[in-house]
Design a protein around this ligand. Structure first.
Ligand code: HEC
Ligand code: HEC
Length: 339
């Protein structure tokens, strides 16, 4: 992780001055449609969205050229039809290698103040370096990738148009992040009911919504427009965790087995659940919370046992299914540009 941060800082610094020039040129701005109820999206200095940046990022996201043997792309593990998550417990990287964690959704990822389950890495631009270097993901090197891209005239042309420079680590990290920031999901049945004021939810779904917001404690962590307060917590999954969680990044004992609170948007599409994909269904997730979880030194005090009737459990699941955004998973602007 530390290696990633050092390389990341170099990449970020080296590009700073050139980016300044690039912003003087006339560029076609990419307008993001911010859904009702969502805050404005913020962009890092020098990386405002433009059409070409987003399009270049989209190509790189779907291009297996990023992996050492050109077999795996970002989209191999972040699949649009699954809300940019995957349905595998652990998604394989190059040569079928397996890491330790379940691939999360990238819906609304541009709003996340921290990335990864550790809740530690701060920018999308830095995060791009993680899968590129990971042995169990691309097992590659961003400098080598840039050399490959420089031999492709389309990538060269788009890179110059987007950032006024040849493909390099600066361009790769920023373009992919630009595409990721456009992945906004805010048109689920829940949004239509609550923000767009169309009465589309049925009685069971509304009963489930009441349980979620008023009867149970889910919103003490899964709150706000993106169903997460962006905090890091332990929800009592195990007494002993194989994954040290945030402690992996910070080395602080108090961070052991602490994980970022994930969004619940599109949750019906992103099974299996939890950092290790260990829970297969939403019903089992709810039963986990009903049990009050396993005792762990760092378990949040908000995780307490409760009991639901069969009908209530079903209602809660029906409500969680209302967080699926079908427009998001079929939006042609987010699909594979090579197909
Ligand atoms: C082999 C599967 C795999 C590939 C390939 C992959 N990812 Fe991921 N991605 C994951 C897993 C697993 C995690 C969770 C890792 C963790 O928390 O430590 C993750 C996490 C992320 C996150 C953090 C999301 C959040 O809310 O915290 C982002 C952003 C992301 N990936 C983007 C990308 C991009 C961009 C690429 C291509 C450059 C990529 N991923 C390639 C599996 C993959
Ligand atoms: C103390 C904070 C907290 C509370 C309260 C809480 N959760 Fe969670 N939830 C988390 C954390 C942290 C995770 C991720 C844990 C992990 O990855 O190991 C999570 C994961 C989940 C997941 C899996 C998400 C995914 O993408 O894998 C679902 C579904 C979920 N919670 C639903 C609920 C529901 C329903 C309630 C109310 C009954 C609830 N949560 C209450 C903190 C909380």
């Amino acid at each position: 992780m530390r290696g990633v941060l050092i390389i990341g800082s170099l990449v970020l610094l080296s590009g700073f001055f050139v980016a300044f020039n690039a912003t003087k040129n006339p560029i076609s701005v990419y307008e993001v449609d911010i859904p009702v109820g969502f805050p404005e999206l913020e962009f890092p200095e020098g990386n405002a969205l433009t059409q070409t940046r987003v399009e270049l990022g989209r190509m790189l996201f779907y291009d297996p050229i990023l992996s050492v043997d050109s077999t795996v792309s970002c989209a191999s593990c972040h699949n649009q039809t699954l809300a940019f998550a995957d349905n595998k417990v652990i998604s394989p990287g190059v040569e079928g290698r397996l890491g330790m964690r379940n691939a999360p959704t990238l819906a609304n990822v541009g709003y996340n103040p921290t990335l990864l389950f550790d809740g530690f890495l701060k920018t999308l631009e830095m995060q791009v370096l993680v899968p590129i270097q990971e042995h169990a993901e691309f097992n590659s090197n961003i400098v080598d990738i840039a050399e490959k891209l420089k031999k492709d005239s389309l990538y060269v042309r788009m890179s110059v148009e987007a950032y006024e420079r040849l493909p390099d680590p600066y361009v790769i990290t920023r373009a992919i992040s630009s595409f990721e920031r456009t992945l906004i999901s805010g048109n689920s049945k829940y949004d239509q009911q609550v923000y767009q004021k169309n009465n589309v939810m049925n009685r069971s779904e509304k009963r489930g919504m009441n349980l979620f917001f008023n009867e149970l404690n889910c919103v003490e962590c899964h709150s706000g427009f993106n169903f997460t307060d962006f905090s890091v917590q332990n929800n009592g999954l195990y007494e002993v965790y194989a994954d040290s969680g945030r402690q992996r990044a910070t080395k602080i004992e108090a961070d052991r087995a602490i994980f970022k609170v994930p969004t619940l948007r599109n949750i019906a599409l992103t099974a299996p659940y939890m950092h290790d994909g260990s829970i297969a269904t939403l019903e089992e997730v709810i039963m986990h919370y009903e049990s009050g979880g396993k005792s762990h030194l760092n378990k949040s005090e908000k995780i307490k046992p409760f009991q639901l009737s069969k009908r209530e459990r079903k209602d809660l699941i029906r409500f969680l299914e209302c967080l699926t955004d079908y427009e998001f998973i079929t939006n042609p602007a987010f699909s594979n540009p090579f197909e």
